[in-house]
Design a protein around this ligand. Sequence first.
Ligand code: F6R
Ligand code: ZN
Length: 187
Amino acid sequence: MTIPFFMPPGVAFASGHFTAENIITKTTRSGDLVGVFHDEAAWRALPAGTTIYQVEMLPSPDGEGELFVGTTHLNPGRVGDEFYMTRGHFHQRREQGEVYFGLRGSGLLLLQSEQGEARFEQVSQGSVHIIPGNTAHRLINTGSEVLSALAVWPTIAGHDYASLAQGFALRVFLWEGEIQARGVQYG
Ligand code: F6R
Ligand code: ZN
């Protein structure tokens, strides 16, 4: 008997690129990241159209129990001394978690609780990151190649960027030739 089958979408694990129809892509450029980087003068000096990262996603149905699958491709580079990074967010539905898988490049996943406690996980090819609920997350590319990470998250999770308007508690810089994290002073 011939087995009836549906050809599922595919992902090239070396790059995170999908093979599927109707891939959704979103590009985030320097000009979109107002107030994200520490050195405002260096950020202004960068052309606003500079691509910082791209997300490609498979289309998914909406609703409780459904999942999104997407890859973030974060370019290498710095704004002043600070490494390129994603905007970062809490999920609108705070209790919803997410899983990231490192595919290529090297960097950091910055995780932060609602109480402002921040920590890092090293992202590299094959790394698995279980982001718990109630935890803000941001990718930082500390390497010289594109950092790509595959993510799976509930479609109902949503994004809350506004709650991080003050930014994360830690920033990552290249300082005297070394990758260094610094606490952020507010006020
Ligand atoms: C989805 C998720 C990732 C990010 C992507 C871009 O919940 O965590 O797909 O959306 O890495 O980062 P943001 O959304 O912070 O601009
Ligand atoms: Zn997320």
